[in-house]
Structure formats: C-alpha cells, structure tokens
Design a protein around this ligand. Structure first.
Ligand SMILES: [Zn+2]
Length: 424
C-alpha cells in the first residue's frame, strides 16, 4: 500500500527545464536533448573512456559482495563517487552508498539511478576475473558490475560535460537485491523519510543489455515450512508420527492448489531437508517454497493454501491418538511486493521516446527487481540494462561483452536528463 500519495505529475513540469512556457512532448524533449552539444560531449565521453570503464568493471567484480557482505565493495564505490565529484557521498547503516549531483532546483523530486552491489555468490567463492579477447569474465561481471559501472559512467560524463540538470540526480549503490537479500537495501531506503519524500523516479540499472524495460514488478513470497515431532527409533517407536511423511502430505496437498495462467502464478518446492539416519524417526523436516505472481491476491491465496495444508495434515496425522506429537510452522523468508508502472506514466513515455530517438528496440517485461519497492509505493520506477551483452548470470562463468555499451549508457543518460530537465 502506498505510504503517501504518489507524486506523479511533478516530472512533467520538471521535464520542460527552465522553459516553463513550453510543455514539450517526451519525444520533442528527447530530440532537443540529443542535439545539445554538451550531450554530444557526454556521448563521446562514453567512447573515449571505454577502456577505463572495463578496468573498473574488472576491479569491482574482484571485490566479493555476498549477501550481507557488501562492505568492501561499498567502500570502493564511495571513493569512485567522490572522484566523480558527487556531493554528500555517504553510506547508511545497512551499507547503501549515496552520492548526489545537485541540480538548479534542489527542492524538486530527484531522479535516482541505482545499481545493486551484492552478488549471488556466497562468501568464500573463489573469484577470478580476466579479460579475454574482447570479453570480460568473472562471477557477477554483468549482474551487477555492469550496472555499477554504468552509474559511474553517467556520473563521470556529467562531471566532464557542461550539462546543467534541473532536478538533482541521486546515485545509489544498494545492498541486498539478490535472493536472500530480499530487496533489503531498497526497502530500507524507501523507509527513510528523507528518501521517501525526495525520490520522484527510480531507474535501477541491473545487468547487461538495452532491449528490456522492466516496468512490471513480479511479486514473490517465499516460505520455510517446518514440521517437528518427537523422533525415535524406527523399530521400537514405530507408530509415532513422522515429520518427513507429514511434510510429504503437506506437499501433496499444497501442490494440488490450482493457479491461474493469467495473471501467471507459480509455486515451487525448492529444497527439502530432515532426518538423521535411516533407522530413526526424524525430529524435524523442512522445506522451502517459492511462490510468484503479478497479483498480490494470488500470492495471498497460495499462502492460505499452504497454511491450510499444514494445519490439515498436523490435525489428521495418525500417531497413537495424541495430537500434540506433531507441530508445524510456516515462516516467511522472502516477500517482494507486486506492482506495475502505469502505461501512461511519464517515465515509460520518456523511455519509449529515448528508444525511438536511439533507434533501439525494447520490450516491456515483468521481473522481480529493486524497482518493485518504489512501484509498490506508487512511485515511477523501472529496471533497465547497462548496455553491452552478457551471459552465464549467477554462475562463476559469467561474462560481459562491452560492444554496444555506449548505446545502453546513452539510453540511461537521455532518460535521466529528460526526467530531470536540462537548462538551456
Ligand atoms: Zn541483478
């Protein structure tokens, strides 16, 4: 639920920059920006600094950033933000890193560019990075070192090109996007009054590519379900209820729950654990369940089905007639809100205009990203790629090809400037 009314609509005013007499269409504004000499200088910056950007990308990939261990990478980013001349560079208590490029109207809602710092690789993963032929290799090199580097490229180009933005531009390196992180970094940011009140639009740069616009937040909820019993000997205690068998019944019941194809809704039992030896009745059995949907109501229905299946099995398991021999618990271990960017939003209009200007073809897609958080609060937000191409995401064989990175960077820059407004 929105914590406060959406501040949509303010951007239309900002986007006309210092020329309030003219309310330009997004396409006209983007075309105007693309012709500015200063913007051409910024475009040229992306090409003349391509080798430096690659070096930065290898450097940041080599700094491990597992779940809740993004500290060293955050320190590195702070230094880079300072070098890029950003103001108020600091880290919050979770490790999110901030830097601001002020505008000429600093009370306007800011345009935030974010890139998540964390990777899916647990602490202790051997991380080796290398450049081979024209490609870069290393775990996390695309997801999300390419996003971090895109942010630095935008900040660097704005430092060196004579562009005067109207609304301030906020740069964020956030923690906790992947898996267990459960969007903790972005969630924390939007719980702070300062950011909740000041961020008008958020563009999360996540992974390589220029061909998608993630404007529809895929909701997900994850559970850990545990069944506990007394345990015992397989021979002498035979007849005591068995938590693994109980859990099997829960799975059987739960997975029969019908789900709609529209909105697409899914469930998955991903892991199952329990028991100690073949001749022991186990004391516990645990499973982890992932549910996803574009609709919060469908996620709620699945949650009820899961809880009902567990209650029913616990209540009806035979076991020497004693109901207290088994107990069960459902713990929520992940919750990502579902929400969509309205089709008539200024942000979507601007990105489509930028894509038309750059002759880029991109599709609106649904996924679970940092943008879910502001979208669920009624803010305009998307996740887009950093340009170039990549593959092997979430594996140690991940790669990034910088060919075409400049297209992605131009796309991010034009979108940001069209939203913030540029003084003539
Ligand atoms: Zn990512």
């Amino acid at each position: 639920m929105p914590l406060r009314p959406p501040i949509r609509g303010l951007h239309r005013e900002q986007a006309s920059g210092t020329d309030p007499a003219v309310e330009r269409s997004a396409q006209q504004e983007v075309a105007r920006l693309a012709e500015l000499r200063a913007v051409h200088e910024a475009f040229a910056w992306f090409c003349s600094h391509s080798r430096e950007l690659e070096d930065r990308q290898l450097e940041v990939t080599a700094i491990p950033a597992p779940y809740c261990g993004e500290g060293a990478r955050g320190e590195w980013l702070k230094l880079r933000f300072e070098e890029a001349g950003l103001a108020e560079v600091h880290q919050d208590e979770l490790g999110n890193v901030f830097g601001i490029r002020p505008g000429i109207k600093n009370d306007s809602p800011c345009i935030a560019l974010s890139a998540h710092l964390d990777t899916v690789f647990p602490a202790g993963t051997e991380i080796s990075v290398r450049r081979e032929a024209d490609k870069l290799y290393g775990p996390g090199i695309s997801d999300n070192s390419s996003g971090i580097v895109a942010m630095l490229a935008i900040a660097g180009a704005l430092r060196d090109a004579p562009i005067t933005n109207v609304a301030p531009i906020l740069f964020i390196g956030n923690v906790g996007e992947e898996g267990e992180g459960n969007l903790r970094g972005m969630r924390h940011i939007f719980h702070q009054r300062r950011w909740l009140d000041s961020i008008g639009t958020l563009i999360a740069i996540d992974g390589a590519g220029s061909e998608t616009i993630i404007a529809e937040g895929l909701g997900s909820r994850r559970y850990e379900v545990t069944v506990r019993g007394m345990g015992g000997h397989s021979w002498s205690d035979f007849g005591l209820p068995n938590p693994i068998v109980a859990l099997a019944h829960v799975i059987e019941r739960f997975t029969r729950t019908p789900v709609p194809t529209t909105p697409k809704t899914t469930h998955n039992v991903g892991t199952i654990q329990g028991g100690t030896s073949v001749n022991s009745i186990p004391q516990t059995a645990t499973m982890r369940v992932d549910t996803r949907s574009a609709s919060v109501e469908e996620l709620d229905k699945l949650e009820r089905a899961l809880r009902d299946a567990l209650d029913m099995v616990i209540a009806t398991m035979p076991g020497r007639g004693r109901k207290d021999l088994l107990s069960g618990e459902v713990k929520i271990i992940g919750d990502r809100p579902a929400a969509d960017l309205p089709l008539d939003s200024r942000l979507l209009e601007v990105i489509h205009a930028v894509d038309a200007q750059l002759r880029n073809v991109a599709k609106v897609q649904r996924a679970s990203t940092d943008a879910n958080i502001p979208l669920s609060l009624g803010r305009e937000a998307v996740a887009i790629g950093a340009g170039g191409s990549g593959g092997g995401a979430h594996t140690i064989n991940e790669w990034y090809d910088p060919a075409g990175r400049d297209l992605g960077l131009k796309r991010i820059l034009l979108t940001t400037l069209a939203l913030s407004g540029v003084a003539e």
